[in-house]
Design a protein around this ligand. Structure first.
Ligand SMILES: [Zn+2]
Length: 162
């Protein structure tokens, strides 16, 4: 309970700071406060141009371009923006789409919202700690969840298990 309270307090604090600074936020980020926040200039320094385009501007990497597509070692896939662990390698599968795909995120790792861009209704997935855009989730995945978390590989860092 202590942790929950502290998290809530942190979110409130960051939220008020963001309001005071008048930070522009997009889509899901509007009205939603995250534990890890940076200004746009700071994010540009922290991320590669491609990472920035995906994580902060919701771009999509070209299919079949991510080195993580065929990453099959045991480990964890973490957010490239804040290093929060997002997916365990045991939930990764080959969806044939050209993007790293998982059937389940780690608990509390991601948040979702409806995305109506490009004339389609999709469910956007973002990191629960920094709000970074990761990809989308679809309901045509394998058992046991039936979900397909279609992720931009550039938004992820792989950490191999020791
Ligand atoms: Zn993150």
């Amino acid at each position: 309970m202590q942790i929950t309270r502290r998290t809530t307090l942190t979110r409130l604090l960051f939220g008020s700071v963001a309001l005071k600074l008048g930070l522009a936020t997009r889509g899901a980020m509007a009205g939603e406060a995250f534990a890890v926040t940076h200004t746009e200039a700071e994010w540009r320094q922290l991320l590669t141009p491609t990472q920035f385009a995906v994580l902060r501007q919701e771009a999509t990497e070209r299919a079949f371009t991510s080195p993580l597509l065929h990453e099959s070692r045991q480990g964890t896939f973490a957010c490239a923006g804040c290093d929060l662990s997002l997916f365990n390698s045991s939930t990764k599968f080959d969806s044939g789409t050209g993007w790293p795909s998982f059937w389940q995120p780690l608990a509390h790792a991601v948040s979702t919202r409806e995305d109506t861009s490009f004339g389609a209704v999709r469910t956007e997935v973002h990191c629960s700690r920094c709000g970074g855009h990761l990809g989308h989730v679809f309901d045509d995945g394998p058992k046991p969840t039936g979900l397909r978390y279609c992720m931009n590989g550039v938004a992820l860092n792989f950490h191999q298990s020791a």
